[in-house]
Design a binder for this molecule. Structure first.
Ligand code: PEP
Ligand code: MN
Length: 339
């Protein structure tokens, strides 16, 4: 249910409503808008009619049900887009187009530092690199773990860039959050509900990738797991879904961008690297993503893609990444955004 407070509601009115929601066994999620506060009362769907009893309380304008199954992620509870602060001066969801770039895996300090400076010089604001890698084969490189997190952080600090990296286990959420500015939940873990809940308790923004077999609504339900644990900062990422087409690694569903934007206030980025699986398709799909209204991009970049320990074929070298950023410029301007 949404408790819509009147624009004139006092702080005391809001506190009393929050206390009443708790008494009724629901969790209050206040959202302070520019003109009014709305309070989501989230909990068991079955008994929610009791929340109607809040309507006569002082300062309450209306109590309305949220019709969508995802509640806190919906536009019903928050009509304006969410702008998430990633680091001082770096936001996503507003007019800044956020570009996250870096290698698939953190391999060495030299590789990360070199990449950080190169992607920053080309215009990327956030450095990526995997320390815990979800690999199809147990015999493939699994990532450097905490050592990789340390290298990523060091490279980010050297180039003065916030960093994003994946977390795969509930036990490692706090560890990853100690090193990363954004914690990534990968496509394979999109319905790992224990992980979503644990990440939702973290103060760090969460980059949630759409699964290769999850619908848009299922992805929003996964975001809801994080939001229902208290997080306000979930960024969605379209990274391709599995279809019968095998010319590309996945089928990048760019139509997910406007659909997500219609259904949720959360920012949406696109990852054309995993979406296509081939370096030569990354640039055109990056341009298309921005044209479709994406709030950001995630691009895999490696100093020598042919030598990469993972995802070399889809990684851009520094020159190709710089070229992509240059080609992106008129698209960013046309979308009314800046880097
Ligand atoms: C990654 O970002 O390196 C990754 C493993 O992505 P995905 O979860 O989208 O496959
Ligand atoms: Mn990868």
């Amino acid at each position: 249910m949404i408790i819509v407070m009147a624009p004139s509601a006092s702080k005391k009115d809001i506190t009393s409503v929050i206390a009443r929601i708790k008494e009724l066994g629901y969790t209050p999620h206040p959202i302070h808008g520019t003109t009014r506060t709305v309070i989501g009362a989230i909990g068991d769907e079955r008994g929610k009619a009791v929340l109607q009893s809040i309507e006569p309380m002082p300062g309450v304008e209306q109590v309305v049900p949220i019709l969508k199954p995802y509640k806190l992620a919906s536009r019903e509870i928050k009509s304006e887009r969410s702008i998430i602060k990633v680091a001082p001066g770096i936001t996503i969801g507003g007019t800044q187009l956020l570009v996250m770039a870096g290698p698939c895996s953190v391999e060495s300090e030299a590789q990360m530092i070199e990449t950080a400076y190169a992607v920053k010089a080309a215009g990327a604001q956030v450095l990526r690199g995997g320390a815990f890698k979800p690999r199809t084969s147990p015999y493939a490189f699994q990532g450097h773990g905490e050592k990789g997190l340390k290298i990523l952080r060091k490279a980010g600090e050297a180039a003065k860039m916030p960093v994003v990296t994946e977390v795969m286990n509930t036990e490692e959420v706090n560890l990853v959050a100690d090193y990363a500015d954004i914690i990534q939940i990968g496509a394979r873990n999109v319905q790992n509900f224990a992980l979503l809940k644990k990440a939702g308790k973290s103060k760090r923004p969460i980059l949630l990738k759409r699964g290769m077999m999850t619908t848009i609504n299922e992805t929003l339900m996964s975001a809801e797991y994080c939001l229902s644990e208290g997080s306000r900062n979930v960024i969605l990422c379209e990274r391709g879904i599995r279809t019968f087409e095998d010319a590309t690694r996945n089928t990048l569903d760019i139509s997910a961008v406007p659909v997500f934007h219609e259904r949720t206030h959360l920012p949406v980025i696109v990852d054309p690297s995993h979406g296509t699986g081939h370096a030569q398709y990354v640039q055109p799909m990056a341009l298309a993503s921005v044209a479709a209204g994406a709030d950001g991009l995630m691009i895999e970049v490696h100093p020598t893609p042919e030598k990469a320990w993972s995802d070399g074929p889809q990684s851009l070298d520094f020159a190709k990444f710089a070229e992509l950023m240059k080609a992106l410029s008129p698209f960013i301007a046309a979308a009314g955004k800046t880097l």
